[in-house]
Design a protein around this ligand. Structure first.
Ligand SMILES: [Zn+2]
Length: 721
């Protein structure tokens, strides 16, 4: 053939008739190829053939290329973050695993959702089936898709490449691939009923409602819809930071499963120990920075004394393995048989996550200091839930609660009686609770170091005429009784009854009904406007705090106030409503009542505080982390005390800075015969107070009578206009 001659000849230029073909041959030295039939068929079959056997973790290593500008970018398997703890739960989600549920409890930012993300990418490539993703709300779901899922698709071109081209194949709530769909949903009855899925994922489970559409919890609802897949296997991945305590949400699910914990081998003695928060050792007495600089992980084995520093952590993690129920850790491994279970579950602990141990120690100490100063367990609780990854057990849960008897004894031993202001009180708050037929009122004195004294407790049942029965819910005008009996009330000092203290601020519970709230707002406007006709001065808006109990147990202690535009009156100053986290305030109050001896945070009671009022202080019980009032029990005194803490929080802040208490609200300086009376200016309210019509006189010192013979007492101090 001529072609072979041309090839051997190797001089196409010598044969111009061969033209382009010879040029091509010169470049490739091979004849041009036709389509390779075998390769085309192989490619076509790849879509229908059984995919390669790979674990979900291997799939992530192969197909996922992380993109984190400013942080690590590169193949998943080479990420510098600790990853060892992710492997087993991720692989347990393969359809070949025997589990129907995989559950993880742990702190935030430790890769709980990465387990789910890697499972989803694995599913698309190696084991397609429809999948339903749920997070607590529609907004959170949308935000997860637009940030995390879209990024996942960017990081996994092999998954993105399988996405369908149709118009519906790529939106926020649905992503469609060859062979399977991802549905992004939120927990509602219809979303669970709409269609069954064989695979599901519930992220941040402790933020889900417990009873979805009166049908039950999300895990049961999901399982209830999977019956049509029985025999093919179903998989549900549930994960959360704990928030709901040991009896609800993620914790009981994990506790009832294989319940695996992470064990490592001591780098010094080689004996295994569970790598958990308890193993961290640091200075728990000093500042938060001292805590951070002293942190180590200590080997618990006697005679070892091994100390691991942060730089040992990667080495320690390499020795790690999950040890579940029925198994026991031994050096370099484990023995025993894992108890069979349909749920594979894991306790993740912050000490093997991304956060350096020093950071954990610093945060823990800061939260502890906050508790020591304010008896507020909020920061400790949040630290344990989101940084360590476990439900917080209240400091006081192990102690016997203070009993009614103990408080009665405390009152009997008290050095003052109702209506007296003992030494130490710096400011007095009044708090008012509404009843159908009464205002319940309490006066509390506040001092340095969060000390408190109950100073007065009474109910107002009638108007000033002493006859007309009060109806605070129904009769708006009845609120006027509070002016004389609460706002203008003064209390004599115990050490010198000729001197008395005014009320710093009055807190009023506006909850209970819409009528009550309307009435409270109207009364507030009356008070801050003043009334010439009634001879009543306008009051500064800081002397009344309108309150309503917040019902979010995880909420802030005292969020910024809200202004109710609907109830706002034309031309009047804005009326603010304060909605404290009552559950947390009750924890603080409870802790303070438990303090056994006078000192910081101790609460004192007057000698003659009534039995029923003492009983009311102990009326509520804490059930699964929430304060509850048993049916038919009165708790007003307790509520009033708790609200007095909210009022102080509003006015002096969490640091209880009592220098913020204006002079007029403090105990007056003692007057002795040697000293001249304090200048009038000193008695001025610290706030500019508009008192258009009425001259307010301080309580007459003539009252106490002949037992107080000091000559200077007769001086009358008139407060400034
Ligand atoms: Zn050791």
């Amino acid at each position: 053939m001529q072609t072979s001659a041309a090839q051997t000849d190797n001089s196409p230029a010598g044969n111009p008739r061969l033209g382009a073909l010879s040029l091509l041959m010169q470049q490739t030295r091979e004849p041009p190829k036709f389509a390779d039939g075998r390769r085309a068929i192989r490619r076509a079959f790849k879509e229908v053939a059984f995919p390669e056997k790979l674990t979900p973790m291997e799939a992530a290593d192969r197909h996922r290329h992380l993109r984190n500008p400013g942080a690590y970018s590169g193949p998943w398997r080479d990420s510098p973050e600790p990853m060892q703890h992710l492997v087993e739960p991720t692989n347990a989600l393969a359809m070949t695993s025997p589990y129907s549920i995989v559950a993880v409890i742990g702190p935030s930012q430790m890769g709980k959702s990465e387990v789910g993300n890697n499972w989803q990418l694995y599913s698309v490539i190696y084991d397609p089936a429809d999948m339903a993703f749920f997070s607590p709300t529609k907004e959170l779901t949308a935000s997860y898709v637009t940030t995390q899922i879209n990024k996942l698709l960017e990081e996994c071109p092999d998954v993105a490449e399988r996405q369908l081209d149709t118009a519906s194949a790529d939106n926020i709530y649905l992503k469609q691939f060859r062979g399977c769909d991802w549905h992004f949903l939120w927990p509602t009855g219809p979303n669970f009923r709409a269609r069954p899925f064989s695979r599901g994922r519930l992220d941040d489970y402790d933020d889900f409602d417990e009873d979805i559409g009166d049908q039950g919890d999300a895990v049961s609802l999901f399982e209830g819809r999977t019956t049509s897949f029985q025999g093919y296997g179903t998989k549900l991945y549930v994960n959360s930071s704990p928030k709901k305590g040991p009896k609800r949400g993620i914790e009981p699910l994990v506790a009832a499963g294989t319940s695996k914990r992470w064990w490592v081998d001591c780098l010094m003695c080689g004996d295994p120990f569970e790598m958990a928060w308890e193993r961290l050792s640091f200075n728990r007495e000093g500042t938060d920075l001292e805590a951070a600089s002293s942190v180590i992980m200590a080997c618990p084995h006697e005679g070892c004394g091994g100390v691991h520093y942060q730089h040992h952590k990667p080495e320690l993690m390499k020795t790690g393995r999950w040890v579940g129920r029925g198994e026991m850790a031994v050096p370099r491994g484990k023995v025993g048989d894992l108890e069979p279970n349909s749920t594979d579950s894991y306790w993740w602990d912050g000490v093997f996550g991304l956060a350096p141990w020093a950071t954990l120690a610093r945060q823990a100490r800061a939260a502890e200091l906050r508790f020591e100063e304010h008896q507020d367990e909020g920061p400790l609780k949040s630290f344990f839930q989101t940084k360590v990854g476990r439900n917080y057990v209240s400091r006081s849960s192990g102690d016997a609660p203070v009993t009614v008897d103990a408080l009665t004894e405390r009152a009997q031993a008290s050095g003052y009686t109702m209506g007296q202001v003992p030494d130490g009180v710096v400011a007095i708050t009044m708090t008012v609770d509404l009843g159908v037929d009464r205002f319940s009122v309490m006066a509390v004195g506040h001092g340095l170091g969060n000390r408190a004294w109950i100073i007065d407790r009474f109910d107002i049942l009638t108007l000033n005429d002493g006859i007309t029965k009060l109806e605070p819910f129904r009769r708006r005008e009845h609120w006027s009784v509070l002016y004389e009996k609460v706002l203008r009330k003064t209390y004599p000092l115990q050490r010198d009854p000729s001197l008395s203290m005014r009320v710093f601020c009055t807190g009023v519970d506006t909850g209970g009904s819409d009528d009550a709230t309307d009435n409270a707002y109207a009364w507030w406007h009356d008070m801050v406007a003043g009334s010439r006709a009634a001879g009543r001065a306008a009051l500064p808006h800081t002397v009344i705090t309108l309150l309503k109990g917040g019902n979010r147990p995880a909420g802030r202690l005292l969020p910024a106030p809200t202004v109710d535009a609907k109830r706002q009156m034309k031309g009047a100053p804005e009326c603010e409503l304060w909605v404290p986290n009552v559950n947390r305030l009750k924890d603080m109050a409870d802790y303070r009542f438990r303090r056994p001896t006078p000192g910081p945070a101790y609460v004192e009671l007057p000698r003659d505080l009534g039995e029923k009022h003492i009983a009311e202080l102990r009326a509520e019980e804490k059930v699964e982390g929430l304060w509850e009032k048993p049916e038919g029990v009165r708790n007003e005194t307790w509520d009033l005390f708790v609200y007095s803490l909210a009022v102080m929080l509003r006015l002096v802040g969490l640091d209880q800075n009592l220098t913020r208490v204006p002079l007029w609200a403090r105990p007056p300086a003692a007057r002795t015969p040697e000293k001249a009376p304090p200048p009038v200016a000193e008695q001025k309210p610290a706030e500019p107070v508009r008192r258009p019509t009425v001259q307010v006189t301080r309580p007459s010192p003539q009252g106490p009578g002949p037992t107080h013979p000091k000559p200077r007492r007769g001086i009358r101090v008139v407060s400034a206009r």
